[in-house]
Ligand binder design. Structure first.
Ligand SMILES: NC(=O)C1=CN([C@@H]2O[C@H](COP(=O)(O)OP(=O)(O)OC[C@H]3O[C@@H](n4cnc5c(N)ncnc54)[C@H](OP(=O)(O)O)[C@@H]3O)[C@@H](O)[C@H]2O)C=CC1
Ligand SMILES: CCCCCCCCCCCCCCCC(=O)[C@@H](N)CO
Length: 279
């Protein structure tokens, strides 16, 4: 069901500039209370002033918090707590803090890989981790992850950046299905023996295959998510082209079954909670 923005508390990391600031303005225009999170205090205050020009009622608040979202989880958790004390539980978190560095793989410093993974990936994990429990308890909330086009395909010069943005996509897809439900869903596929996995990986590496998969569901999944990945043979490319529609159809049934697992778990939990209450 749609989230009502009027009166909602929206936290935007990277909200002092660029896309994050514009998201904050958009939510503020629709009546939300805003917490901006970024490092530089002057930029934060500047953004706060700019956002406040768009107020639609005199109760609206723009709170600024200066913190590095990628350094220390406890610090991030603390500032989220502070924000919740002032503006109530977070209804929507927008993880927009991020940065890009490009260059050829061999020219990029190793520290650049660490930094981009910290800021783009962990910098989305920490704030999300800090709000998720309350959101699940209230059964209200949205967490937005800002990936990139470069988070959906690999691009020349973007080894460090693309990888960090792909990570966000993986996180978002997995988080969508949480949590006990994870076990049931995982049972959908079979666990492979390490020896089999190893054999397949070595075989594919020797042949120079971009992707390596095991079993029929592994094969279908690789074909389905091939996206902009390169092909090693014409046969592989043709197979992908021909099977794409079929595999997507099968995928929709899988998604449906995952959804029903999640729904069943939710109903089960509600039932046992009610039973606890009457007992
Ligand atoms: N612009 C584009 O074309 C595209 C952008 N994106 C993604 O969108 C997001 C926003 O991009 P854009 O608007 O261009 O970025 P900007 O550089 O304009 O803004 C980045 C924001 O993030 C904050 N920030 C950066 N590092 C940290 C940190 N460690 N802790 C807390 N805050 C931090 C910055 O504030 P401060 O430095 O003060 O901390 C600033 O508010 C990024 O994730 C980017 O990868 C994706 C695709 C394309
Ligand atoms: C049907 C298939 C269509 C394929 C279209 C492919 C288009 C690829 C263009 C990708 C450019 C992405 C740059 C992202 C840069 C970014 O995120 C910045 N933050 C970095 O500077």
């Amino acid at each position: 069901k749609p989230l009502a923005l009027p009166g909602a508390h929206v936290v935007v990391t990277g909200g002092s500039s660029g896309i994050g600031k514009c998201i904050a303005i958009e939510c503020y225009k629709q009546g939300a209370f805003i917490t901006l999170v970024a490092r530089n205090e002057d930029k934060l205050l500047q953004a706060k002033k700019e956002i406040e020009m768009h107020s639609i009622n005199d109760k609206q608040v723009v709170l600024c918090i200066s913190v590095d979202v990628s350094q220390d989880y406890n610090q991030v958790e603390n500032v989220i707590k502070q924000a919740q004390e002032k503006l109530g539980p977070v209804d929507m978190l927008v993880n927009c803090a991020g940065m890009a560095v490009s260059g050829k793989f061999e020219d990029l410093e190793v520290s650049t890989f660490e930094r981009l993974m910290s800021i783009n990936y962990l910098g989305s994990v920490y704030p999300s981790r800090a709000v998720i429990t309350t959101m699940k308890e209230r059964r209200v909330g949205r967490i937005v992850f800002v990936s990139s086009q470069a988070g959906q395909l690999g691009l020349f010069g973007f080894t460090a950046y693309s990888a960090s943005k792909f990570a966000i996509r993986g996180l978002a897809e997995a988080l969508q299905m949480e949590p006990l439900e994870t076990r049931l869903i995982s049972e959908t596929t079979s666990v492979c023996k390490p020896e089999q996995v190893a054999k397949q990986i070595v075989k594919d590496a020797i042949q120079g295959n971009f992707n390596s998969s095991l079993g029929s569901d592994g094969y279908m999944l690789s074909a389905l998510t091939c996206g902009m990945a390169p092909v090693t043979s014409i046969t592989e490319g043709l197979q992908q082209v021909v099977t794409m529609g079929l595999f997507r159809t099968i995928a929709l049934f899988y998604l449906g079954s995952f959804d029903s697992i999640v729904r069943r778990c939710m109903m089960q939990r509600e039932k046992s909670e009610n039973a606890d209450k009457t007992a």
